[in-house]
Design a protein around this ligand. Sequence first.
Ligand SMILES: C[S@@+](CC[C@H](N)C(=O)[O-])C[C@H]1O[C@@H](n2cnc3c(N)ncnc32)[C@H](O)[C@@H]1O
Length: 314
Amino acid sequence: MLKTWDAKRTKNKERLGMKEEQELKYGDENNLVEKVASLLKVNIAHLSDSTNTQDDKRTSQKPPFSAQDFSVFDHLHSRGRASTQELSEYLSAHPESELLDIGCGIGGPARFIAERFVCKVHGIDLTKDFCETAILLNRLCGLDKRIHITHGNACDMPYDDNHFDTVWTQHTSMNIADKKAFYSEIKRVLKPGGTFLFHDIFSNDSLKSDDECQIHLPVPWASSTEHNHLVAGEAIRDILKDLGFHREIWTDVTAETHLWFHNYSATGNDQNKLSKDLNPALFIGKDFPERAKNLKKNLALNKISVIQGVFRKG
Ligand SMILES: C[S@@+](CC[C@H](N)C(=O)[O-])C[C@H]1O[C@@H](n2cnc3c(N)ncnc32)[C@H](O)[C@@H]1O
């Protein structure tokens, strides 16, 4: 399996003329998967490894958790599970269809979709710790047969052309400098007529100069300019149009997002009965409160827009 993936990666790199991408590191935890397991009070010693597994002696056992249990901490984007649910209203999926979640994080959105639509979900993410954690959480709630996680780069994905019915992404494009490679890969792996859904942050379209576009850092997706790659929504609409996508939905949810941040506690969620330490600081970084504060400030200054989009591949 890994060999095939490597061969495909090399082929894709040649085609895209890409350089080797560095692994991305979110958070400060050295062994995230073990930390999460210990906070959930589960023993991972008996789980053979942190890879996706199809072997299952556990089919008759009731999983110790439900996907819903994790939803208080596992949606790593603004407005949490509510915004995943909102975007999923545009989704039509059935048990035979395959959806790809790009930048799947620790798998909250993938689990939500796999449970709600009973479809097959693939998640890909550049942060290895997140992939391992997603795999653990999938197993703990019994969704590991429906969700397959791959550690890899969105700009160089190990999937066949025209494979997926749907591609989905939330709050990931802001980390990606090469927008053309990113959206071209999405087009490549989508079936003709397939749907691309996103919930993303862009620079506000009305900003003109580079100075105006400068945002306050750190923010949840970037501690420095090195990982902050915001562009105006207008530029993304142009790229998608040039690639032959048809626009179906473009909804500005900036106001809702701003409002949500007014009542948001960056240090924890009262509804989290599992452990108060399963919070954004664990996954994003100890300075998360400062990052969240800057995100709110950038929203207040109209520097960024939060957009839900639905596009169809022609
Ligand atoms: C803010 S998190 C969002 C995670 C997830 N989409 C969610 O909403 O819960 C951004 C994610 O994008 C991933 N990411 C950033 N650049 C990527 C790339 N080039 N390829 C794959 N994943 C990437 C990060 O590792 C991180 O997990």
